[in-house]
Design a protein around this ligand. Sequence first.
Ligand SMILES: Nc1ncnc2c1ncn2[C@@H]1O[C@H](COP(=O)(O)OP(=O)(O)OP(=O)(O)O)[C@@H](O)[C@H]1O
Ligand SMILES: [Mg+2]
Length: 313
Amino acid sequence: MQPKLICVGNTTLDRVWLIDRLPSGGGKFPAHDYLELGGGMAANAAVAVARLGGACAYWGRAGDDSAGRVMLAEMAAYGVDVSQFRLIPDARSSVSGIMVGGDGERMIVNFRGEGLDTDPGWLPMAQIPGCDALHGDVRWPEAAALCFAAARMHRIPTVLDGEIASAEVFGMLLPLVDHAIFSEPGLRAFAGGATDSDEARLTALRRVRSLGCRVAAVTRGREGVLWIDEAGVHRQTAFAVEVVDTTGAGDVFHGAYALAIAEGSMVDVAMRFASAVSALKCTGKGGRAAIPTRERTLQFIREREGAGPAPAP
Ligand SMILES: Nc1ncnc2c1ncn2[C@@H]1O[C@H](COP(=O)(O)OP(=O)(O)OP(=O)(O)O)[C@@H](O)[C@H]1O
Ligand SMILES: [Mg+2]
């Protein structure tokens, strides 16, 4: 049976101009390429789940503008259920303008959007008992809190993308979520100070668990993942790959992890699966185009871990 997931939260559009050199002042500059790429934590996670063979719905909103329509069409083309992706009249989407120079240097300007309602009252909560896992992010905390609370009532596992957020947002979401997986900047924001040693990371993660999360984790890019659960402290090293672009690695990690949890995988198996998916994603351009299939991921894990069968998430 195909697992069913819901990803609720942020979607944003990256408009990318590839140019020879980043300008140091005003003027006109020719671009040799141009890309429009959907991004955002929950949106990328939803695309990852669909690409890996799960049935995934994205719950979120954007403006009823050109960026919103591009994001919706792209997500639908990846096979995500977009029936709860609302384009709000008179609101404006979150958009980034990105200029990339020939040396890979980037200039990013983000507009967070305008007029996007925060009230999640329109979300079809009756669908939550029918899903196998729910993923939320910190950019639409009112919706994530509502959905996490409903999922907990129905014993459906929940996963939070712990990116940078205020103490108020963490205080609202962490007591409601089962698996809180932070990025390094997100954990630092939660801790309210430096978390650059394992001791400091573990202190912060223990605090996260004391709020009620079963699993508290931090992803550390090429340094892998560190987490604690009821059995203690664990690590998963990152898979070494030829990195082309790490955009969205964290978002994709969360989607793959939530899918494995939806399928009933143990936490260490889910962490390994998500690490392999996100490492493979880094071998191609963009946040979505290089997300591997499940078959490719399992083959990759088998190649890296020797002849034994990979535990199938
Ligand atoms: N250079 C890399 N090589 C191999 N795996 C990587 C690399 N970068 C990221 N990953 C994998 O992706 C996971 C998530 O990456 P990271 O910790 O950078 O997320 P993040 O900080 O949330 O980034 P973002 O949200 O911008 O994608 C890592 O734990 C690792 O498994
Ligand atoms: Mg992230």
